[in-house]
Write a protein that binds this ligand. Structure first.
Ligand SMILES: [Zn+2]
Ligand SMILES: [Zn+2]
Length: 385
């Protein structure tokens, strides 16, 4: 069993030191130079070659040359959250925190890299390590892909780990099929015609038009969508009007569309556009609509996920594996990788003895004992495939 290899006694403290270094210096979005230098220094120490596909991303390669590579991915960025310190190595940058565990993801992939470099002769396929910034936005996976991270060597299967606040420390949850949501945000401006509140017939009431649009959007989920295929259409903001006796000439709204499959996502975006435009015109108003295309839904390839589960049962023990029953409407930009090659998502439990709050919260406490399981899982996928 890989997880029982005595080599982890050496790797674990090294990996935890890396995690703590990154935890002290959270960086946001695409600007991750410090984290990048930590990664590159570690890879140099291990004698692993690496490149920068984008300014602050890192691609590293281990194992034999050729194609049919496996890609393992870690994200690097933190969040604009002020940490409530519960560890001896809290964030040293005010207003920033590794509140989504990406410090652990990067450290675990480096831990796996060290293990795999020591076992390089056992690798039967080329291995690509992808360290990407900006998972929390604006997205680092897509620019990395556009810079060729899935080519030379050609990647044919991929895996990532995300820490989970819903599983016990060291337990890995897998799910086949639709795993995480897609997200598209929209902004609507309704242009009516102003007038006196006592003479509504002289204007076009943008507030009435906006309410008609909101009502009609609700029917997309309740009347047009298969209840077994989830869809969310939410209007989150609405602004408009001047005072009680003025017909509003303008209303602005924003909202979000969440879906789990590519086909539902495509149809929902089209129908939101039709409903907004046609309901506005029905009420004699003009409308501007922008749809901000976000991360696609993440699909875990069924065959590849089953294969990975078998490997992990063998190398970590069946007690370390569990099935994730429900998908989540949370988003993940690894979905861009999953759109292109069979991919799987490993959810690593981090809930230990001390109480932990949820991911993205200022009091997040990660049980570091979990990291050995995550790193061993990465290594097992690379060696066992
Ligand atoms: Zn997050
Ligand atoms: Zn995250």
């Amino acid at each position: 069993m890989i997880v029982k290899d005595p080599l982890w006694e050496e790797i674990e403290p090294w990996m935890l030191e890396i995690r703590r270094t990154i935890h002290r210096h959270p960086e946001l979005g695409l600007e991750t130079p410090h984290t990048q230098s930590v990664i590159e220094t570690a890879l140099d120490l291990l004698g692993i070659s690496h490149t920068r596909p984008i300014a602050h991303g890192v691609k590293a390669e281990i194992g034999p040359k050729g194609d049919n590579a496996i890609l393992l991915r870690a994200d690097m960025d933190g969040l604009p959250v002020t940490e409530i310190p519960r560890v001896a190595f809290p964030s040293e940058i005010p207003g920033r925190m590794h509140a989504c565990g990406h410090d652990c993801h990067t450290a675990m992939l480096l831990g796996a890299a060290r293990y795999l470099k020591a076992n390089e002769s056992r690798l039967t396929r080329p291995l690509v390590l992808m360290f990407q910034p900006a998972e929390e936005g604006p997205g680092g996976a897509l620019p990395m892909i556009e810079s060729g991270v899935l080519e030379h060597p050609r990647v044919t299967q991929a895996a990532m780990i995300h820490v989970s606040d819903g599983l016990a420390s060291g337990v890995i949850g897998l799910r086949e099929g639709p795993a995480m949501g897609g997200c598209d945000d929209f902004a609507v401006t309704v242009h009516g015609k102003g007038g006196h509140g006592s003479a509504p017939h002289t204007g076009v009431d943008a507030i009435l038009v906006a309410t008609a649009i909101i009502q009609s959007l609700q029917s997309l989920v309740s009347r047009e969508q298969d209840p077994l295929d989830p869809l969310v259409v939410s209007v989150g903001t609405i602004y408009g009007g001047y005072r009680e006796n003025v017909i509003a000439d303008r209303v602005e709204m924003t909202g979000t569309i969440r879906s789990l499959t590519a086909s539902t996502r495509k149809r929902a975006v089209e129908r939101v556009r039709e409903v907004v435009e046609q309901v506005a015109h029905l009420h004699r108003a003009e409308v501007d609509l922008t749809i901000d295309v976000g991360y696609p839904p993440a699909f875990a390839d069924i065959e590849w996920t089953r294969h990975v589960k078998h490997i992990l049962e063998r190398e970590l023990g069946t007690e370390s594996l569990t099935n994730i029953a429900q998908p989540t409407m949370g988003v993940e930009d690894f979905a861009y990788v999953a759109e292109r090659v069979p991919a799987t998502i490993l959810n690593l439990g981090i809930v230990g003895q001390g109480f932990t709050t949820g991911l993205h919260s200022a009091g997040l406490l990660i049980d570091e004992k979990a990291l050995r399981y995550g790193a061993a899982a990465f290594a097992a996928v690379a060696l066992g495939s």
